[in-house]
Design a protein around this ligand. Structure first.
Ligand code: GLC
Length: 819
């Protein structure tokens, strides 16, 4: 293992070599108070909003060796002299005897050895309190006594994250620091921008005595900042200068003399960072109360245990045991953890999405993210669904993005083009899938009757119109039905899921046509379940109508066309020199059930032949080679990158779903496996990103750096891969009447097992595959009794039920493809 390994027992990924190709990060806390920690201790922290209330200065574009946001220095004195180093490797870059960074669930923990000193540092944000806790133990592994000083250091940013980089006079004129004594020699450093002096301050402390402090970066580094973070001049003196910065670049550093450590002796301390509202007196009092609480090691330990229990509850709802170890690591820990983070952070803040305020929550993004946490936290998912429904417009379309703290929404990039539509063809349809997924997971059909607003407001800011949840869903499909182009196919609007293809007004989208088909299928199923056959039939007619149009106009011979341009010409056809075939153009007609079996098979074979690579399926081919303002953003990338023929991972699980729908378990799993980051160890120097989360994109084979991944963590890939793996490959699919079991696995598997909680009961599902098929439930036994069909009833009795599933060849029913 080149940079680390999975520790499935502790549910951690352990990085053992800090020189990873790019920084690998982990999230701590929530958007309410939190951010990310990188694997060398760098910290980006914010409260409530990464654009408008950022706390530490983390500049991702700096090289990996550079200080970012925070670090810890140790100063060791022994008979051999003095050594100053960081146990986090960065920024001093000393040779280490051991390096271990454990990427855990809600925490990151370091365990390193430098110069015979072992440092254990655990970083997390306890649930319910806005405080970053770092618990630090220093052990002398040598054979003589040593003196240790610890110097934790933070660098602050202006709260307005973008202003920090836009004005190098105003910002520094406003930044200021204060220091307070806290009994027993402890110090509390305060920091704020002048305009926030009387309403909001950040506080930093340690639970042990500090002999001095520093708040001015210039003084800390020394020599007019020709001193460096690698070798700060101030650490050459016995004490820090106690300077109170009243302008300039503010830092917070505490000199913590730990005293003498005998061989084998350990000393422990805690550092705490919080931000509080109110006057300085009020907020300091609140900070002191928090510091008092988390200054006790017992509180820190119990907060860590409580956090672990929350993760147990979240992950415990679905646990799998398959013949594939990487799949198990991902499905039991890392993939649902990523889903949790995407639901929480949307596309706001990561190492790649820098949280400067452009985006907020994306309507389509969050509608898909909620499906990734549906099995594990359905009620939290519903809360976000309610927000999404409330930013739908009364015509059934949706506002493209919104800020969760204010619920102010906007039309996204479409605002920049006056001659283009300001709706996105796809946004509103995603919410149909999300709501139906919630209904099936929980059985709470009353949710459909809940009344929620539409987005338009009157002059008092009150919603002009409201409607039930069901009414929102019906308006969503009606919007698509009534906004069609010259072939009768749905209008693209400003864009569909592929944000970067922005065609002239009048263009039609086959993606939306199929998404509409799938939304109609979901509504038909819902109305049938409610016994409303008339409604179901009405939607069935709409479904058949669209199915007819798609097959009449969009079949290109070997695959389906992806768009019709404003003048009716196809994009994604063999007639095009570039952008001939598009992945989403093939997976979605199978998902919608529009593609007849023969076309479904052929379209998927075309994907396999023309778009698949060992690193994943490309979004399209060949890539556009040169900027074309008519096509927009997609042509800003070189061929092979991102949406221009790159491996856009989000679209891969849709092909896997399609393959399971046609019964091709071997191919579905091959596609699953080839993008599984946990299986990337051998190519990690090419791939570069974290092996424990999905990235958004990998460079395709038209690009010289084929295989390079970027934009890890905040991607819809997390939600869809989790869904495809659990619901389509392992085939445990929540339905209205119960859990539907319909696996589609590699033929070579002997079977697998899943433990799943569902509507107040637990199911231990054992699947065996004696005939080595991919699909087909031959026998279902629940609690020892055979059950006809493949649905396990929703018992809702608080008990554990055993389920035996036997797969085997079924008599061919000669059915059409897909649904
Ligand atoms: C990004 C966007 C998402 C879009 C995708 C494809 O992931 O967040 O909304 O669908 O790119 O363009």
């Amino acid at each position: 293992m080149k940079y680390g390994y999975f520790d499935d027992q502790t549910r951690e990924y352990v990085i053992t070599n800090p020189r990873t190709p790019v920084k690998w990060i982990n999230y701590v806390g929530t958007l309410g108070f939190g951010g990310f920690v990188d694997h060398t201790g760098g910290l980006l922290l914010c409260k409530g909003d990464p654009a408008l209330n950022r706390i530490t200065k983390y500049i991702p574009q700096l090289p990996g060796s550079q200080f970012k946001g925070q670090t810890l220095y140790l100063r060791k004195r022994s008979s051999a002299g003095t050594q100053i180093f960081s146990p986090l490797f960065v920024p001093t870059l000393d040779a280490y005897e051991r390096f271990e960074c454990r990427v855990g669930l809600g925490y990151t923990q370091f365990d390193t050895e430098f110069y015979g000193i072992r440092s254990q540092i655990s970083i997390f944000v306890p649930k319910g309190d806005a405080v970053l806790v770092q618990e630090i133990s220093i052990t002398n592994l040598g054979s003589e006594a040593v003196e240790i000083d610890a110097v934790p250091l933070l660098e602050y940013t202006h709260f307005d994250a973008l202003k920090q980089f836009m004005n190098a006079d105003w910002v520094p004129q406003t930044m200021m620091s204060e220091a307070h004594e806290d009994g027993a020699g402890r110090k509390i450093l305060a920091q704020f921008a002048f305009m926030n002096r009387d309403q909001r301050q950040t506080y930093f402390t340690a639970n042990v005595a500090a002999s001095s402090f520093e708040t001015d970066r210039r003084v800390f580094l020394g020599d007019n900042e020709y001193g460096t973070f690698q070798r700060p001049k101030s650490l050459e003196s016995a004490e820090l200068s106690n300077t109170l910065a009243l302008r300039g670049d503010n830092v917070g550093a505490l000199m913590l003399p730990l005293g003498s450590l005998a061989p084998g002796e350990t000393k422990r301390f805690v550092t705490l960072l919080t931000q509080q509202e109110g006057s300085r007196t009020e907020s300091l009092a609140r900070a002191r109360a928090l510091f008092e609480k988390y200054g006790r090691h017992e509180t820190v330990a119990s907060a860590r245990t409580a956090m672990g229990k929350d993760w147990d509850a979240y992950l415990g709802r679905v646990q799998v045991n398959t013949p594939d170890a990487s799949m198990n690591s991902m499905l039991n820990v890392h993939n649902p953890r990523q889903c949790y983070m995407t639901k929480n952070w949307s596309r706001d803040l990561s190492l790649y999405q820098l949280g400067f305020g452009g985006r907020g929550m994306g309507f389509r993004d969050s509608s898909q993210d909620v499906m990734g946490v549906m099995s594990n936290m359905p009620e939290e998912a519903r809360e976000l669904i309610e927000k999404l429904l409330s930013v739908m417009k009364s015509n059934g379309s949706a506002m493209h993005q919104f800020y969760a703290s204010t619920m102010v929404a906007n039309e996204g990039d479409s605002r920049e083009y006056e001659d283009r539509p300001n709706f996105y063809g796809d946004d509103h349809l995603w919410i149909v899938f999300a709501v139906c997924a919630y209904l099936k997971e929980t059985g709470n059909l009353r949710f459909l009757d809940q009344v929620l607003p539409y987005y338009e407001k009157d002059k008092h800011g009150a919603p002009r119109e409201q409607g039930t949840v069901l009414n929102h869903l019906q308006r969503a499909v009606d919007f698509t039905k009534s906004n069609v182009g010259r072939h009768g196919l749905p209008l693209l609007g400003f864009a569909d899921w592929n944000d970067t293809v922005n065609l002239k007004t009048g263009a039609e989208s086959l993606f939306v046509a199929n998404q509409y088909g799938k939304a109609l299928l979901d509504l038909i199923e819902l109305f049938e379940f409610r016994g409303d056959h008339a409604q179901a039939n009405r939607y069935r007619a709409d479904y058949e109508h669209m199915r007819g149009l798609v097959n009449e106009y969009a079949w290109d011979g070997e695959w389906y066309v992806r768009y019709f341009d404003h003048d009716g010409s196809p994009i994604g056809s063999k007639k095009n020199a570039q952008g001939q075939i598009w992945t989403n153009g093939q997976s979605w007609p199978v998902i919608s059930g529009f593609a007849p079996r023969e076309r479904a098979q052929r379209a998927l074979d075309s994907v396999n032949r023309l778009l698949n690579t060992p690193n994943g399926i490309k979004l399209s081919a060949p890539g556009y080679d040169g900027f074309d303002p008519e096509k927009g953003g997609v042509t800003t990338y070189p061929p092979g990158a991102k949406e221009n023929g790159g491996i856009f991972l989000h679209a891969n699980p849709w092909v896997m779903i399609a393959e399971t729908l046609v019964g091709n378990g071997d191919r579905a799993f091959e596609y699953y496996n080839q993008i599984n980051p946990a299986a990337k160890n051998d190519v990690i120097d090419t791939y570069e990103c974290e092996p424990y989360v999905y990235a958004q994109n990998i460079l395709g084979n038209e690009h010289p750096q084929f295989g390079l991944a970027r934009n890890s963590w905040l991607s819809g890939t997390a939600s869809w891969v989790y869904q495809v793996a659990t619901k389509y490959i392992l085939g445990i699919m929540p339905g209205y009447a119960g859990l539907e079991i319909d696996p589609c696995i590699p033929k070579a598997w002997d079977g697998f097992s899943v433990r799943r909680r569902f509507r107040g009961a637990e199911y231990l599902i054992e699947v065996t595959n004696p005939e080595h098929v991919s699909k087909g439930v031959q026998k279902l036994v629940v609690d020892g009794a055979p059950v006809a069909g493949n649905v396990i009833p929703a018992f809702d009795d608080g008990k554990t039920h055993s389920v035996q599933v036997t797969l085997g060849a079924l008599a061919d029913t000669g059915e059409q493809a897909a649904q």
